[in-house]
Design a protein around this ligand. Structure first.
Ligand SMILES: Cc1cc2nc3c(=O)[nH]c(=O)nc-3n(C[C@H](O)[C@H](O)[C@H](O)COP(=O)(O)OP(=O)(O)OC[C@H]3O[C@@H](n4cnc5c(N)ncnc54)[C@H](O)[C@@H]3O)c2cc1C
Length: 405
């Protein structure tokens, strides 16, 4: 038996014997997955236990080094693990900004001590991380961050305001961009620092959105404290770290929304069944196995083709990442395409459901129809979060196509 095949058999036995039976078959959408943290929310009663069992083998972060609690697998073995998880229809064991953003960034820029301190807690889902980048005066022009970080012995003292902090009210630790030198060129005076949000100087206020939900917050820092040991890549070197992390973020946003929130990218690219087809048949009728309306049939088919091509490309990039390649400026292409695909998908679903997708509350609508209205509104933010589409086009023009300024 080849090495990969014996690994497959070993993984299958582990998953069948050790994972809670109730969570098998419960493949949850990635965006409603288990995020861990000190006050974890459980999308499934067994989510926490399942995460801990998977983390005991490093399977929440299969390709991260064993030394820091990861699985230590190469790309080929990680793919086998993903396939076996998919066969049992198990959910992704852990999701969130620890795994998708700060973890890979720490592996790239952190010291051994910083990795030892933070990575195992990410792998085990013990700490939920949030991103403190945007400020009222620093969005697209991110290097304009003004939150000050002033030297005070072993610590930095932080004052300022962050905004659009996704899940700020649920976060345990923040990774933040701070201003440590206001006198130099703006990119050169930024420090990337981590701090515990459970302290008196951190106040988080949820912001209510058009969809009715409050997935993000304003975060006010008043003499909050960060240990200098948690400065990543040195004082005033934060811009390099910030850009590195954005590459991971844009890949995550592009592949998550582009996949329509499916279980995993590999799973999505293999799925033959297109939920839009069922929805279209239910609302427009079935013409001998085909969607009755030819115009809508064309739109559904085109979206299905675009989705499949995109997910295969994402899979190729994910395989590169598993092999240790850091995302480059081309992650902006994924970000644009994936988020626009999701907006097209939501708009098509709205068209298929007709007036039933315009409900906000009341008995005339099913829970799925009400969720559809909100999902459509939520998708408007896709082309803003993680850097707007205009900003991604600028990056592609300059750093991928090398067009003149
Ligand atoms: C759902 C969601 C979640 C988010 N989560 C987080 C989070 O967790 N943490 C965090 O720090 N931030 C978060 N953000 C903030 C997000 O990163 C910013 O909204 C984004 O970077 C844009 O900044 P801004 O809102 O200040 O818009 P602005 O920068 O003010 O842009 C306004 C408009 O001007 C355009 N524009 C600006 N500059 C240029 C240019 N040079 N060329 C062409 N057009 C330009 C933009 O494209 C946009 O259309 C989130 C945003 C959303 C919508």
């Amino acid at each position: 038996m080849s090495d990969l095949e014996s690994f497959r058999a070993e993984v299958r036995t582990f998953l069948e014997k050790e994972t809670p039976a109730g969570i098998r078959g419960a493949a949850l959408a990635a965006d409603t997955g288990y995020w861990g943290g000190r006050k974890p929310e459980l999308p499934h009663p067994d989510s926490k236990r399942y995460c801990e069992i998977m983390a005991s083998r490093g399977y929440t972060a299969p390709t991260w080094p064993k030394e820091y609690g990861g699985g230590g697998l190469d790309a080929a073995h990680a793919k086998v693990l993903d396939q076996e998880i998919g066969k049992l229809r198990l959910p992704v064991p852990l999701t969130g900004f620890g795994l998708a953003m700060i973890g890979p960034t720490l592996l790239q820029f952190g010291t051994h001590e910083q990795k030892q301190e933070h990575i195992p807690k990410i792998v085990r889902g013990e700490i939920r991380w949030v991103q403190g980048y945007s400020e009222p005066g620093a969005g697209s022009d991110l290097a304009a961050v003004a939150t000050s970080a002033v030297d005070d012995g072993d610590e930095l003292v932080l004052n300022g305001q962050k905004i659009w902090t996704s899940y700020g009210d649920k976060g345990d630790w923040m990774f933040a961009l701070t201003r440590t030198d206001p006198k130099v060129k703006k990119q050169q005076g930024i420090t990337f620092v981590l701090f515990d949000m459970a302290q008196p100087g951190v106040e988080v206020r949820p912001i209510k959105l058009i969809s009715g939900a409050s997935p993000f917050c304003e975060t006010f820092l008043t003499d909050a404290r960060a240990k200098k040991a948690n400065i990543i890549h040195g004082l005033n070197n934060g811009w390099t770290v910030a850009k590195g992390l954005l590459g991971h973020e844009r890949n995550m946003i592009g592949s998550l929304f582009g996949s329509g929130g499916s279980r995993s990218s590999a799973d999505a690219s293999k799925t033959r069944k297109n939920p839009l087809v069922d929805l279209a048949r239910a609302h427009l009728g079935d013409d001998d196995g085909r969607i009755a309306d030819p115009v809508m049939r064309d739109r559904v088919t085109q979206l299905g083709l675009d989705h499949r091509a995109f997910m295969l490309t994402v899979q190729r990039s994910a395989d590169n990442a598993k092999a240790g390649k850091q995302p480059g400026p081309e992650s902006s292409i994924f970000k644009i395409y994936g988020t626009e695909l999701n907006q097209r998908r939501e708009e098509l679903m709205l068209s298929l459901r007709g007036p039933q997708a315009l409900g906000w509350e009341g008995e005339g609508f099913t829970p799925e129809e009400l969720a559809q209205t909100r999902a459509w509104l939520r998708s408007r933010g896709n082309t803003i979060e993680g850097g707007t589409s205009e900003v991604q086009l600028n990056i592609i023009a300059k750093n991928v196509l090398r067009l003149p300024d």
